[in-house]
Design a protein around this ligand. Structure first.
Ligand code: ZN
Length: 101
């Protein structure tokens, strides 16, 4: 596990469940589709990553809309699976779901 910025960039390829975003601030972001929320979430250079686009692991957890309980999505992504934590607003809480390409 190393910071996202320490891995070389790769173009999106079939089978990848996370993909690179070029952001205007120059930081790298790795984005994925969250089935529970119906929109994309991303990890930026604050996270540690295993460098794998197919079976990614990120650390620590990802908290989306943390100040709004009715929209909160809190998860760990480990080995290509998203593990939704108990404090999510949606019905995927406490479930492990494989990320899809
Ligand atoms: Zn979500």
């Amino acid at each position: 596990m190393k910071p996202i910025s320490s891995y070389p960039k790769q173009e999106h390829q079939p089978g990848f469940v996370v993909w690179e975003l070029d952001h205007q601030d120059g930081q790298r972001r790795l984005e994925f589709f969250c089935e529970a929320c119906g929109y994309n979430h991303f990890f930026d250079e604050r996270w540690m990553w295993n460098g794998d686009y197919v079976k990614p692991t990120f650390y620590p957890s990802l908290l989306v809309n943390g100040h709004t309980p009715s929209m909160k999505c809190h998860s760990f992504v480990t080995n290509g699976e998203i593990h939704y934590l108990a404090d999510c607003f949606h019905g995927f809480k406490n479930q492990r779901i494989p990320l899809k390409p």
